[in-house]
Design a protein around this ligand. Structure first.
Ligand code: ADP
Ligand code: 5GP
Length: 215
């Protein structure tokens, strides 16, 4: 636990929808709430969907080094607050970062062990339909669609790629990635003491010898 999972995709693909359902299903996973200078959309709550900041406040945060990463997307700043991620690591809770491609690359630089997942729309036509369905006020669908054509090729640099054709399927796949990642040998051996295993098993894992292969 205390790991970082990055969910990235072109705007409108369904990141927030998938992340919302995922968080209801996976224990020990907390969404890191992005700070942004964009206007809230109807229904969005400060501190829950985004932390809404003025441009001055955000720029002060940049100067003070409060952001793990930040990017200017469609004329507004978006950024991940360092203290939220640090708190999750301290509390042994995994962090879910729902961020754009620039941010994903930056976080991977800082935390190479972070697991990155790229969510793909099934087609550009469907992506446009989703954008329109959500009713953007701050930027038109055409601009975001052009951006999506530049973002989609970045998928080849991610650890995992999921197609969001059906929400429940995408959520199942993402959940599987997270659960599997928590069982990675390196992570397990680094955190043996946090697992519910007896001292006898613990000492065999730490000090025993494999009878087939030598270390
Ligand atoms: P993002 O966070 O990537 O910008 P959203 O989660 O806001 O995208 O989703 C954009 C729109 O697409 C929303 O109206 C949402 O209900 C819809 N949507 C998301 N996933 C799917 C899906 N698999 N099938 C159909 N519509 C979807
Ligand atoms: P929207 O305004 O549609 O909610 O988001 C616009 C874009 O900002 C999306 O592509 C989204 O991934 C990106 N974004 C959201 N949060 C962050 C963040 O914390 N950091 C970065 N770099 N991008 C983000």
């Amino acid at each position: 636990m205390g790991g970082i999972f990055i969910l990235s995709a072109p705007s409108g693909t369904g990141k927030s929808t998938v992340a919302g359902k995922l968080l209801q299903q996976v224990e020990g996973l907390r969404r890191v709430v992005t700070a942004t200078t964009r206007e809230p959309r109807p229904g969005e709550r400060d501190g829950v969907d985004y932390i809404f900041m003025s441009r001055e406040e955000f720029e002060r945060g940049i100067k003070e080094g409060r952001f793990l990463e930040y990017a200017e997307v469609y004329g507004n700043y978006y950024g991940t607050l360092r203290d939220q991620v640090e708190r999750n690591i301290k509390e042994n809770v995994d962090s879910l970062l729902v961020i754009d491609v620039q941010g994903a690359f930056r976080v991977k630089e800082v935390f190479p062990e972070a697991v990155s997942v790229f969510l793909l729309p099934p087609s550009l036509e469907e992506l446009k339909r989703r954008m329109i369905a959500r009713g953007y006020r701050d930027s038109n669908a055409e601009v975001r669609l052009e951006m999506a054509k530049k973002e989609i090729p970045c998928a080849r640099f991610f650890d995992y790629v999921i197609i969001n054709d059906f929400v429940d399927k995408a959520v199942d796949q993402l959940r599987s990635i997270i659960l599997a990642s928590r069982c990675e040998r390196g992570k397990v051996f680094r955190n043996l003491k946090s697992f519910m295993i007896g001292d006898d098993i613990l000492s065999l894992l730490e000090g025993g010898e494999c009878y087939v292969k030598k270390a």
